[in-house]
Design a binder for this molecule. Structure first.
Ligand code: SAH
Length: 213
C-alpha cells in the first residue's frame, strides 16, 4: 500500500481539475488531496484513480466520481467536530474525505462484502469512523441522531423520511433524488418543523436499494 510521488502528483492534478470544474471549498479540496484514492480501487483500475470518473468496486457498485464526492461534501457545509451520517459506505473513499475534514463519521452499507472490506481497510490507512454499520440506509441511524449533516451516496427514488427526522436543526441532508438520473437535492432543517429544499444539477448514481431482508 504505497502512496508514491507519482500518485501524489496525479492527485494534485486532479484537485486542480476539480477546482476548474467549480469546486471552491478549499478545505474539501485539501482533504481530497490527502486521501490516496488509488488504494480504494480494485487493482485493475488503480492507474485510473486520478481520472475524474466513477469505477467499479465489486458487488455491482462504484466508487463515486471525484467531482461528485467534492460537490456533495461541499454542499454538506460541515466543520471540524460535526457529526455526519453517510449512507452507502462503498469503498470508504467518501468516508475518508469526511474524516480528513475532522468530522465524526457514522456510515451505513447494505452490501455485506463491501461493509466487511471497508471495516478492515479504513483502519489500515488510519481512518477511524465512529461507526461503520451493516444495514439499511433508508432507516438512517436513529440511535445516534441528530446529525449535523447527512450524505446519501446512492440514487434515492424518494427522500426517506427517517433521514429528514435525524437531521439536526441547522444541518443539511445532501441526497441525489431520482430513478435513472438524479437531481442533487439539499434539505436544510431551519427549525424543528421547517425544511428548505434547494436543487442542484443532474448526477448519475447506482441506486439506493430497498432492503429485502
Ligand atoms: N460512498 C461510496 C459510494 C459507493 S456507491 C464511495 O465513496 O465509494 C453507493 C453505495 O451505496 C454502494 O456501496 C451500495 O451498496 C450502497 N447502498 C445502496 N443501497 C443502500 C442502502 N439502502 N443502505 C445502505 N447502503 C446502500
Amino acid at each position: 500500500m504505497k502512496d508514491s510521488f507519482r500518485h501524489q502528483g496525479k492527485r494534485q492534478q486532479l484537485i486542480k481539475t476539480l477546482e476548474q470544474k467549480g469546486i471552491a471549498n478549499q478545505d474539501v479540496l485539501e482533504a481530497m488531496g490527502r486521501v490516496p484514492r488509488h488504494l480504494f480501487m480494485d487493482s485493475g483500475f488503480e492507474d485510473h484513480a486520478y481520472v475524474d470518473k466513477a469505477f467499479p468496486i465489486g458487488a455491482d457498485q462504484t466508487i463515486s466520481q471525484p467531482y461528485t464526492v467534492a460537490r456533495q461534501t461541499e454542499l454538506l457545509e460541515i466543520k471540524k467536530g460535526d457529526k455526519v451520517l453517510e449512507i452507502g459506505t462503498g469503498s470508504g473513499y467518501q468516508t475518508s474525505v469526511l474524516l480528513e475534514l475532522g468530522t465524526v463519521v457514522y456510515s451505513v452499507e447494505r452490501q455485506k462484502e463491501l461493509f466487511k472490506k471497508a471495516q478492515l481497510f479504513l483502519p489500515k490507512l488510519g481512518y477511524r469512523a465512529k461507526r461503520l454499520t451493516f444495514g439499511d440506509g433508508y432507516k438512517g441511524m436513529p440511535g445516534f441522531a441528530p446529525f449535523d449533516g447527512i450524505i446519501v451516496t446512492a440514487g434515492a427514488p424518494f427522500v426517506p423520511e427517517p433521514l429528514l427526522a435525524q437531521l439536526a436543526v441547522g444541518g443539511h441532508l445532501v441526497i441525489p433524488v431520482g430513478q435513472k438520473v438524479q437531481i442533487m437535492t439539499v434539505f436544510t432543517r431551519e427549525s424543528e418543523k421547517k425544511f428548505v429544499k434547494i436543487e442542484y444539477g443532474e448526477f448519475r448514481f447506482v441506486p439506493l436499494l430497498e432492503d429485502k431482508n
